[in-house]
Design a protein around this ligand. Structure first.
Ligand code: DXP
Ligand SMILES: NCC(=O)COP(=O)(O)O
Length: 263
């Protein structure tokens, strides 16, 4: 298990990997009562004060966790944090684009989920999905919003993502998390390293997320250089239940700085 306390919090300098905290699971707990606790905006405020450089939400069509009102309240809160990046994830063929048009976050992460999907479990199929994605990517760009495509670690798909005009890809890291600490770690890690290199060679920015944790994060960043942003929710919020948001965010930043001391 990685350290619990980082030396200091701070605003992201633009170098190294940014930590974007996904608040879905705070909203999930909040939604089990009508009391408004735990508060998603209060969580955002605390994790940002602890040094997180971004906030991620995935407003699913069934509103099981993040609601439309959360997306807008976070956008308001983030006006006081100009250096912080707002990342909204979802399927642009379902409800995502309405949020992107209304809020114009820094980044839209396109995820090919079905309505009601348990959790995200695969990336886009390129080039097959290209015709439906292209106009939506173009629309995001016209709105001033960067587009990241949620992708499996398939090196051959990266040039297709770049040809479509995507700015970044987010490598879907569930298979890395599942393999970490097992005899398959090196083999699966090599797949991510190759996919990451292919993305960078294609001129794409590189993000990563899904099931990243205090255990597997530093090893991932060591294997896959050049990751601009990790979005982490489930494990981080689970840690925060035990340690508190502040200590937890500092612990994740310490995982990043273990690999990138000056980031
Ligand atoms: C796009 C992605 O990787 C997901 O991790 C997602 O944001 C998590 O969604 P849930 O919180 O609904 O499982
Ligand atoms: N894009 C991935 C994300 O935002 C968080 O995924 P997880 O840490 O909740 O699995």
């Amino acid at each position: 298990m990685n350290p619990l306390v980082a030396p200091e919090a701070g605003v992201h300098t633009g170098a190294g990997t940014a930590l974007s905290v996904n608040l879905n699971k705070v909203a999930l707990l909040r939604n089990t009562r009508h009391l408004g606790i735990p508060s998603v905006t209060r969580a955002a405020d605390i994790v940002l004060k602890a040094g997180a450089q971004g906030i991620t939400v995935h407003p699913r069509p069934d509103e099981r966790h993040i609601r439309g009102s959360d997306v807008h309240e976070l956008a308001e809160l983030l006006k006081a944090w100009p250096a912080v990046e707002y990342n909204i994830e979802g399927n642009p063929l379902h409800n995502l684009m309405d949020f992107i048009r209304a809020v114009r976050p820094h980044q839209a992460t396109f995820v090919p989920d079905t309505v009601g999907q348990f959790t995200s479990d695969h990336g886009w199929n390129l080039p097959a999905d290209a015709p439906v994605l292209k106009p939506l990517i173009d629309e995001c760009h016209a709105l001033g919003v960067r587009v990241s495509l949620f992708m499996d670690p398939l090196p051959e798909a990266m040039a297709h993502a770049a040809a479509l005009g995507a700015d970044r890809v987010e490598l879907y890291t569930e298979s890395w998390a599942a393999a970490w600490g097992t005899p398959r770690q090196d083999e699966v890690g090599a797949r991510f390293a190759t996919a990451g290199q292919a993305a960078l060679a294609a001129g794409l920015g590189l993000n990563a997320g899904h099931d990243l944790s205090r255990d597997n994060l530093a090893d991932f960043l060591q294997l896959v250089p050049g990751v601009l942003e990790v979005s982490i929710g489930h494990a981080l919020i689970a840690d925060a239940l035990e340690l508190g948001y502040d200590a937890t965010v500092r612990a994740y930043l310490a995982c990043i700085r273990q690999v990138q001391p000056r980031a």
